[in-house]
Design a binder for this molecule. Structure first.
Ligand SMILES: [Fe+2]
Length: 186
């Protein structure tokens, strides 16, 4: 007997559908200290939705060796001051574990920092990104629409959310012509 999968990807909405989907929303109030312009951050409605992560709850407990998780991050467009909306970013708690990202919709950047060295990769529909172990990573939405990116990571990876300035020495800001520019932290 051929069985239907429990979860499907909807290519029109860029979302996961099925019975086993878990969702987590991150709002402006959850991102204190993540943006350079603290005055502009204070102006934001604390309930502003910044991003939503959905993933398949495949029953595996985080920390279990050998398994994988699959999810999609939907990062809203916008700026705080002149800094584009971004995800918190993290190291993996098990530092040497890698991860794949796959661009689904929108335009943005994947920022990766290893040993203080930062690399930025353009995220567009169809782009595939390998994030090596020991690398802090976050997404930045430099576009005008939603940035949706799927990810596959190990069940034993876990997440280690260090203060932003400890993970990322650089920031990506919008210049006067709406082009992304890279600035070092002050
Ligand atoms: Fe990760």
């Amino acid at each position: 007997m051929i069985k239907k999968s429990n979860v499907e990807y909807n290519g029109e909405t860029f979302k996961l559908e099925g019975k086993e989907i878990q969702e987590k929303e991150t709002r402006a109030k959850d991102l204190a200290g993540y943006f350079l312009d603290s005055a502009a951050y204070q102006q934001l409605d604390p309930e502003t939705l910044m991003y939503r992560v959905e993933f398949q709850d495949n029953g595996l407990v985080e920390g279990t060796p050998g398994g994988l998780y699959f999810g999609i991050t939907h990062l809203c467009p916008g700026v705080v001051g002149e800094e584009y909306f971004l995800t918190k970013g993290h190291f993996h708690a098990k530092r040497d574990t890698g991860e794949y990202y796959f661009g689904l919709q929108g335009h943005g950047l994947l920022m990766m920092t290893e040993n203080g060295e930062t690399q930025l990769e353009a995220v567009v529909p169809g782009s595939i990104h390998y994030i090596p172990g020991n690398t802090a990573h976050c997404l930045i939405n430099t576009g005008t629409g939603m940035l949706s990116v799927s990810a596959c990571w190990q069940t034993e990876s876990g997440h280690d959310y260090l203060p932003s300035e400890e993970m990322f020495p650089q920031r990506v800001l919008r210049d006067t012509t709406s082009v992304p520019v890279i600035k070092m932290n002050p």
